[in-house]
Design a protein around this ligand. Structure first.
Ligand code: P53
Length: 478
């Protein structure tokens, strides 16, 4: 046991992304985004990315939970839980429906004014991601997504409009959500959501990924510079999908591979934080003969636009084995993933590892020496509604309790500088990975099923009342 001292002003809250909850996918001038082209899948079936909207198919983001029209009610429920902050994203396509316009769409800007005002009514601080799997479809089609350097200009224009418009309403920003997902460059879903890239047959996926990621990193650095000029009080972070990486055994082959896997996955945040590419990646690109378009001017921009904090999601750890592929032959991280026999799994096969969060908080602190922000954590689960309407989600409470406890040890016992904690999907939303409604993360239940049926009625799960006490006690009562 340890004396409980979470810092005053710790940002307890919850997180979502525009595309997964707003719905209203073509309302008030909004254009379609890449994820609006994705059908619903399930635990076994991947989402299909269709070329344009096809009649008769189920596109779950189109309506989602219709937060666009329900936000006053939903923010009120979050306030009832005691939220200090609310993380969401600004859908690029509400502001620039095609992405390459000169002038923004006023109706889209007005929506986020209303939303942020609603948050402030309850003393809830908005935490805003600019790029969360929502690239305008037009940019995907016309420019090949982030394969084109031109997209840097479109994105920075979008960022500038948002920074100027909301400079007195939003202080905490993040540029790119989970930018490192694309280290798994063979995964079509992750390449589409991260970078708006649909591969052509025979295309070198790895090479393409390094180029696109470079343009994103430059765009992010330019946005950081712009943001700080507009309001020096802004805190602008990067955002990575973090998994603690473990060697399967203490065989040095496994240990070396684990180190290499971390180098291949965390170089994105190295560039965000240090403003330069790590040696290992430069050397790898050289060896592969990829020679991405990285100009001397880009390198200056990267140095000038380093981030203020590091935001990350934490769902699981990742164990790697060198049995088939060793450190010198590593390309795709998914190919070296090995099951960890010490860890239980969710119904979707995600390994549950609370201590990995404490390990990760320390690891990231050692590597980056920056304030950290846990902007996603949680477990997808099927919920059962009882006859009286109650939902006894003790499995969710158990998962979160264990993770918060490890988080608190990292802060109190290990001295980690942590800004806040926003568990994922604080209200039930569309799953990004599967497109399901039934993969639920929320404290707030939404009555809607995978086929789109339901009343959309919101209700409080047991975890709602539990999290309310956690926040009220600043994390002392778990
Ligand atoms: P879902 C995996 C696959 C897709 C998105 O994921 C992911 C991950 C994380 O390992 O990233 C984040 O909905 C993402 C959210 C997403 C959340 O994880 O597939 O930032 O948009 O909803 C949870 O269960």
């Amino acid at each position: 046991m340890f004396e409980h001292r979470m810092p005053k002003g710790f940002l307890w809250g919850g997180a979502v992304a525009a595309n997964q909850l707003e719905g209203a996918w073509n309302a008030d001038g909004k254009g379609p985004s890449v994820i609006d082209m994705m059908t619903a899948g399930d635990a076994e079936t991947p989402r299909e990315i269709t070329d344009g909207i096809q009649p008769g198919k189920n596109y779950p983001t189109h309506e989602a939970i219709d937060f666009y029209h329900h936000y006053p009610e939903d923010i009120k429920l979050m306030a009832e839980m005691g939220f200090k902050c609310f993380r969401t994203s600004i859908a690029w396509t509400r502001i620039f429906p095609n992405g390459d316009e000169e002038q923004p769409n006023e109706a889209g800007l007005q929506f986020y004014d209303n939303l942020f005002d609603e948050c402030h009514k309850y003393g809830i601080e908005p935490v805003v991601t600019l790029h969360h799997f929502e690239m305008p479809w037009h940019l995907v089609e016309k420019y090949g997504g982030w394969q084109s350097r031109k997209v840097i200009d479109f994105f920075t224009r979008f960022a500038e409009v948002c920074f100027k418009r909301y400079q007195h309403k939003v202080k905490y920003w993040m540029t790119f959500n989970e930018i490192d997902n694309q280290s798994a460059f063979n995964n079509a879903f992750l390449m589409a959501t991260n970078s708006g890239i649909l591969f052509k047959k025979g295309q070198n996926r790895e090479k393409t990924m390094y180029q696109a990621a470079h343009y994103e990193l430059v765009a992010s650095a330019l946005a950081v510079k712009l943001g700080h000029r507009i309001n020096p009080d802004f805190k602008i972070g990067c955002m990575i999908n973090f998994a603690s990486i473990y060697p399967l055994t203490c065989n040095p082959h496994d240990v070396l591979l684990a180190q290499r896997a971390a180098q291949r996955r965390y170089w994105f945040s190295d560039v965000h934080v240090f403003g330069e590419y790590p040696k290992e990646v430069e050397t790898y690109l050289e060896q592969k003969g990829y020679r991405p378009d990285i100009t001397a001017e880009d390198r200056v921009v990267l140095k000038e636009g380093t981030v203020d904090y590091l935001g990350f999601s934490y769902y699981n750890s990742m164990t790697v084995s060198a049995e088939k592929i060793d450190a010198d032959h590593l390309t795709d991280l998914e190919a070296v993933h090995a099951p960890n026999k010490y860890l239980p799994k969710t119904a979707w096969g995600w390994e549950i590892d609370p201590e990995g969060l404490r390990y990760g908080l320390n690891w990231l602190t050692d590597r980056y020496h920056l304030p950290l922000f846990i902007v996603e954590n949680g477990m997808g689960a099927y919920d059962k509604v009882e006859a009286d309407g109650s939902i006894h989600d003790d499995y969710r409470i158990d998962y979160l309790k264990k993770h918060i406890s490890e988080m608190e040890k990292a802060v109190v016992l290990d001295g980690v500088d942590l800004m806040g904690y926003t568990p994922w999907g604080c209200i039930d939303i569309v799953s990004a990975g599967t497109g399901q409604m039934s993969k639920r993360y929320g404290f707030i239940y939404v009555d809607k099923d995978d086929d789109g049926n339901g009343t959309m009625k919101r209700s409080r799960k047991d975890s709602f009342f539990w999290y309310q006490k956690v926040i009220e006690s600043n994390g002392a009562v778990l």
